[in-house]
Design a protein around this ligand. Sequence first.
Ligand SMILES: C[S@@+](CC[C@H](N)C(=O)[O-])C[C@H]1O[C@@H](n2cnc3c(N)ncnc32)[C@H](O)[C@@H]1O
Length: 287
Amino acid sequence: MQTCGEIGVGGVSARTMAGSSDADDPIKRPPAEHGVWRPAKGMARNERVATSMTSSSDKLTAAIETSKTEMARFESAEFRKHWLGLTAESKDFLAQQLRVFGELLGAVTQSLAGWRILDVGCGDGRWLRRMVDYDACPEDVVGIDINDIRLQVGRAKNPLVRLLQTDGYRFPFEDEQFDLVTQFVCFSNIPTINLRKHTANEIARVLKQGGYIFWWDLFGATSPSDRGAPINPADYFHWTMQKIEIGRHPKPSQVLRSFPGCRFIGQFLDYLGYPPTHMAALIGPKR
Ligand SMILES: C[S@@+](CC[C@H](N)C(=O)[O-])C[C@H]1O[C@@H](n2cnc3c(N)ncnc32)[C@H](O)[C@@H]1O
């Protein structure tokens, strides 16, 4: 891993972005030829662009618009207090997230110093602030989200952590920029499988060879337009993957694992424990 540096953002350094004009702003530039935008062989350019615009990219754009509308449900004070406040549910799930993040990432590194990290669907960037607590340099972490309401809140909490609004289509970064890409409950909020696959391809594109993805999500989509569709990291990424199913509390066998002789009792008690609600996975290294 490198020491603190600059992340290449669509051909410019991320650090130069704050002072640049709209024309230089990679987020406001039209997407470069990539994925479905790449013209098929033997077609005139206009025809090629028109064809791809009316088929897959139009559907993706429509899904992104749906997603933006649906995200309003996370903005109520009640929702935020319940899931991100000091309630029992919020504390329990946060403890479980921290535990599993440490368990999975801790197997490959003991510090995030020098790691370049992207959080997709970052909300107010709460996870990026935690990455800084694990010694990542603030200038090496960046979050993207299609919704800018939480970004403003996050920037006020830590102005050093960059939070960018994206068009949801093309990530505003050059290829192979990040050592770690994270997603916390973003995929289950993306309203179509095609947009989820497209987002996964973008994640794979910006991840360095040898880099990792950390995944935390529900088992099924919560987007009102695709509710219940299965959400499984193995459908989107095909590198080595370590998956752990997580409930609201640690399994009894995890709590008892350091007591010799209690292993079997723990496994028995697991049947009585909290059922899993989320899947955590460490995916990679990218080959
Ligand atoms: C449930 S919130 C989770 C926010 C944050 N990860 C957290 O744990 O606090 C899901 C987030 O994903 C964002 N999102 C949904 N679809 C997205 C997409 N296609 N690209 C980027 N962000 C997206 C939403 O705007 C929302 O902020």
